[in-house]
Design a protein around this ligand. Structure first.
Ligand code: SAH
Ligand code: SF4
Ligand code: F3S
Length: 436
């Protein structure tokens, strides 16, 4: 029997990308994956709820799916991810286009919901937290780089953030499952493993095996032969000396760290319930820079948080300057339903938030350009992703710091580690020539 076709549109973060690969994996018996949405029998939108904008994106995307449903009456439309978890039933009530809604912890129920929908013709919703972590056949996008979620949910309560309620309580995956998964990936030829969690530094809490995140890295290092290990995201409050030690010593762990500061003002950090001060943050950064000189450091920054005075904003501006980040993700605060910050006084007018946003953006652009220019003349190791999208004469890959490098090579080195001499820097990437 010919398999039906599945398409997935993924919005949001890497955890969502990983979930989409997992969902496609759980459905492989019945469905073949397709990139072409027009031929799909089951089309899933994996949604994000982190900011207002992300939610708008979903609703405008739904509009574009209407013609697909009109052209194919049998098309089943599913909504997964954080908005599914947040809104549940409301989505099928508001959008007759949607047939199935399944939350962040009900991904493995997709086939059951599909069957129920086919039997009854009625929309199905499941936002339960039932399922346990299982080993599963993941349908991965890349043959080179793999996402490996090491935990799910979030155990923090940053006052602005909807993630703890859309992803549920924090739960770590057993270490043996992770080590097995990584060895299988290495055997299949994967060269880059990105460990995922909302706060990887609290990995192991609740497992009872006495293993923490640095311990996990130490056990994974010898397995990840000729491969790179990365991880996102690290919470500054839990960044231990032991993790800095592991990053310094372990060969396969990349000198790359995403360490969101959010704000440079202690008053705002307290209102955000982040659990650290700016001093404590910079104590960590100074130590990292001292121990790992070529470290690439990136961050998330929110401007326009309720109560953010000019002084508070200046503290954030100076913090971004001082941290000398390779890059940042910059956001304007967006009130989220049922989060503590939603009711804080001192909302910042949109125009002022935009001005602050623009100032930090301009600053970071300058810093990024300077940091990239600092690589000119150096000889770097590049893991080759494939031909460059912009210039097919060139190959494209990334350094251990995750900096994109386009280079002339004359040969297809996809999947290999090569040495490249950097000759030029751009706004987001580097250019160079392969070294023989
Ligand atoms: N767990 C990760 C990522 C969470 S979401 C972490 O803690 O770093 C990614 C980023 O979105 C956050 O770091 C934060 O900067 C931003 N963010 C989350 N909620 C937001 C909100 N309500 N408004 C604006 N930005 C937000
Ligand atoms: Fe949200 Fe904070 Fe958890 Fe990150 S650590 S997901 S910002 S609550
Ligand atoms: Fe990720 Fe968005 Fe959910 S950032 S965790 S998909 S709210």
């Amino acid at each position: 029997m010919e398999k039906k076709k599945l398409a997935i549109i993924t919005l949001g973060c890497q955890m969502n990308k990983s979930d989409s690969e997992w969902l496609a994996g759980t459905l492989t018996e019945e469905y073949e994956y397709t990139e072409d949405k027009t031929e799909a029998d089951f089309l899933v939108v994996n949604t994000c709820a982190v900011r207002d904008k992300a939610e708008h994106k979903f609703f405008s995307l739904l509009g574009t799916l209407r013609p697909l449903k009109a052209a194919n009456k049998n098309l089943v439309i599913g909504v997964a991810g954080c908005m599914a978890q947040e809104h549940g039933e409301m989505i099928v009530q508001r959008e007759p286009l949607v047939d199935i809604v399944f939350g962040t912890r009900a991904l493995d129920k997709a086939h059951i919901l599909l069957r129920k929908f086919e039997e009854t013709g009625r929309p199905q919703v499941d936002t339960s937290y039932g399922s346990e972590y299982e080993d599963f056949p993941v349908r991965r996008e890349s043959a080179l780089s793999a996402w490996v979620p090491i935990m799910r949910g979030c155990g923090n309560h940053c006052s602005y953030c909807i993630v703890p309620s859309t992803r549920g309580p924090e739960q770590s995956r057993p270490i043996s499952n992770l080590l097995n998964e990584v060895s299988a990936l290495i055997a299949q030829g994967y060269r880059e493993i990105t460990l995922l969690g909302q706060n990887v530094n609290s990995y192991g809490v609740g497992l009872g095996g006495g293993v923490d995140f640095p311990g996990l890295l130490r056990q994974m290092n010898p397995i990840a032969v000729d491969a790179r290990i990365r991880f996102v995201t690290s919470h500054p409050k839990d960044l231990s000396d032991s993790l800095i030690g592991a990053m310094t010593e372990l060969e396969s762990v990349c000198p790359y760290l995403h360490l969101p500061i959010q704000s440079g003002s202690d008053k705002i950090l307290e209102l955000m319930k982040r659990g650290y001060t700016a001093d404590r943050y910079f104590d960590r950064v100074d130590k990292l820079r001292e121990r790992i000189p070529d470290l690439s450091l990136t961050s998330d920054v929110i401007v326009g948080f309720p109560g953010e005075s000019d002084e508070d904003f200046e503290a954030t501006f100076r913090a971004v300057e001082r941290a000398n980040y390779d890059n940042i993700f910059l956001f304007k605060y967006s009130p989220r339903p049922n989060t503590p910050a939603e009711n804080l006084p001192g909302r910042i007018p949109a125009k002022l938030a935009q001005e602050r946003f623009d100032r930090v953006m301009t600053l970071q652009k300058e810093i990024t350009a300077k940091r990239l220019a600092g690589w000119i003349g150096r000889d770097v190791e590049v893991l080759v992703d494939g031909p460059s999208k912009r210039d097919t004469e060139k190959m494209c890959g990334r350094t251990p710091q995750n900096i994109v490098v386009n280079f002339t090579s004359g040969e297809d080195f996809t999947g290999r580690l090569v040495r490249v001499k950097i000759t030029k820097s751009g706004q987001f990437s580097l250019h160079g020539d392969i070294l023989r």
